[in-house]
Design a protein around this ligand. Structure first.
Ligand code: SF4
Ligand code: SF4
Length: 215
């Protein structure tokens, strides 16, 4: 199911960010220093996480923007397997991709151009996996087990959480409009959605017929 309503300013921001993905991947073949753009985005993400959890994922991630604004046009939008949200699966991807990055950084010998090329390579690998999954399943499937998401889940404070009020009737609509297939209604008793499971995109907030969700 496609999003019925969404935050307009978020959509506009994503249209500006989405082109960064092909820019870094294709441009990076000729200009490895473009990889530092990916590094700068990672640093921004980490700083933001300390204040707002995964807000960066929902609003400023270029890869996420690419999946939502470009990949979604050709994706089959099939339901994601529960496996994508399993802790062991998330940390397996974390160890594999971070291991690859660290080993390549060591091999770069500190050469600035080679370091840039490592980040171009990492973005290319991540995008390839993300597109492969996003073509068949929902476009942002990758965002459930992206190593950066797992890391943010650990770093995030217990503030700026998505709250679920008692008015929730557990109709399931919020899960259908959630880009990462989180079901806020399932957290009604707890009263809030865990930081790791929510990108603060507010799709569910604006679509909930009972106005039971808030940030
Ligand atoms: S859309 Fe609203 S009422 Fe329906 S399950 Fe989600 S939070 Fe509850
Ligand atoms: S739970 Fe709601 S705010 Fe969080 S990612 Fe899903 S749709 Fe966005």
């Amino acid at each position: 199911m496609r999003v019925i309503k969404e935050k307009k300013n978020r959509r506009i921001i994503q249209y500006f960010l989405a082109p960064l993905v092909p820019l870094v991947i294709i441009g990076g073949v000729y200009q490895p220093y473009l990889g530092y753009l990916a590094l700068a985005m990672m640093v921004t993400m980490m700083v933001m996480t300390f204040f707002w959890g995964r807000l960066y994922c929902g609003w400023l991630c270029a890869m996420g923007a690419f999946h939502e604004r470009v990949l979604s046009k050709i994706s089959l939008h099939r339901e994601m397997p529960k496996l994508f949200k399993k802790t062991w699966f998330r940390w397996l991807f974390f160890v594999l991709l971070m291991g690859l990055m660290v080993s390549r950084l060591i091999a770069s010998g500190g050469d600035p151009a080679k370091i840039g090329a490592v980040f171009v390579m990492m973005w290319t690998v991540a995008t390839t996996i993300a597109v492969a999954f996003g073509l068949y399943f929902k476009p942002r499937s990758w965002c459930n087990f992206c190593p950066m998401a797992s890391m943010q889940g650990v770093m995030a404070p217990k503030t700026h959480l998505l709250k679920v009020a008692d008015d929730c009737k557990q109709c399931g609509l919020c899960q259908k409009v959630c880009p990462i297939q989180t079901y806020p209604g399932a957290y009604k008793e707890q009263g809030y959605v865990p930081s790791l499971e929510c990108m603060r995109c507010e799709n569910c907030v604006v679509n909930c017929p009972k106005k039971a969700l808030s940030l």
